[in-house]
Design a protein around this ligand. Structure first.
Ligand code: MF3
Ligand code: CO
Ligand code: CO
Length: 265
């Protein structure tokens, strides 16, 4: 088992490939940020993501991935993840997660942010703050060689503080030359994650999905992608791509204009 994980440890040159992919993806998130406003449709956001990526000669990783037909995911309000961009026009009070993954010279950068559209309810703000704080708390707790379960422990502790729940069916993941690979990164600790170490040179995502109500999910059987909260409550998510180094975690997808750890929404 440990031997398989050792294969995921990247050389310095490979790490630089991942750093470049993360950097481009973050730059794209910064470009998109100013456009995520009331009045834009989620397909218009998708078109901006697509055109920016192509014009920089990179590739949107989701386009054609397992039959998915868009260049990003846009998950509004009770949509937990994998919302497909469509003609829905964002309006004041919505929260929307934009999840973007790029391929740069064969390496993947994957991140998401939840955006508040104008004035939102206290509970929309709270679930967004909780997801953001849970992600950064989990990242800050990582040390070289620590078990993957450190992530779940910290996400669960943060969610409990707010009285919110953590989605289990969709998890973080290793990434590199592939979009989704080992290790699995659940946001609730389990047996496997207590055994898998995060070794220097491994890249993975931390992407907690937090629901204001129950943790349960419902897949839309009309498109087989859109995942909603079963009780219709709001859900928020943030995601970063992380490289574990010999000295600790390095966030590869840090933005220039986005929220920093400690940010208050
Ligand atoms: N970007 C998502 C993740 O964080 C995966 C989206 S896959 C898609 O892993 F096909 F739904 F786009
Ligand atoms: Co991901
Ligand atoms: Co993602």
């Amino acid at each position: 088992m440990l031997q398989n994980l050792r294969k995921l440890q990247l050389t310095e040159q490979q790490r630089n490939g991942m750093r470049a992919a993360g950097k481009f993806n973050a730059q794209l998130m910064d470009y998109i940020r100013e456009h995520v406003r009331a009045g834009i449709t989620t397909s218009e956001i998708d078109r901006l993501v697509h055109e920016y990526t192509i014009s920089h000669k990179h590739t949107p990783a989701t386009l054609g991935y397992l039959g998915y037909s868009k260049s990003c995911c846009t998950s509004v309000n009770e949509v937990i993840c994998h919302g497909i961009p469509n003609d829905y026009e964002l309006k004041e009070g919505d929260i929307v997660n934009v999840d973007i993954t790029s391929i740069v010279d064969g390496w993947h950068g994957d991140q998401s942010e939840t955006f508040l559209i104008g004035q939102v309810t206290d509970s929309a703000r709270a679930v967004t703050q909780c997801a953001f704080d849970a992600m950064h708390r989990a990242i800050a707790a990582l040390t070289p060689g620590c078990p993957v379960s450190v992530i779940g422990e910290n996400v669960v502790a943060e969610a409990e503080k707010w009285g919110f729940s953590v989605v289990r069916e969709y998890v973080g993941h290793g990434l590199g030359r592939r979009f989704h690979q080992y290790p699995n990164v659940p946001h609730v600790p389990d047996r496997k994650s207590r055994q898998d170490p995060l070794l220097p040179g491994m890249c993975f995502t931390v992407e907690p999905m937090i629901n204001a109500g129950t943790r349960f999910t419902k897949l839309d059987t009309r498109d087989n992608w859109t995942v909603r909260t079963r009780d219709g409550s709001l859900s928020a998510q943030f995601e970063h791509t992380i490289l574990m180094t010999e000295t600790g975690p390095e966030i590869l997808t840090s933005t220039t204009n986005g929220p920093k750890p400690g940010h208050k929404f």
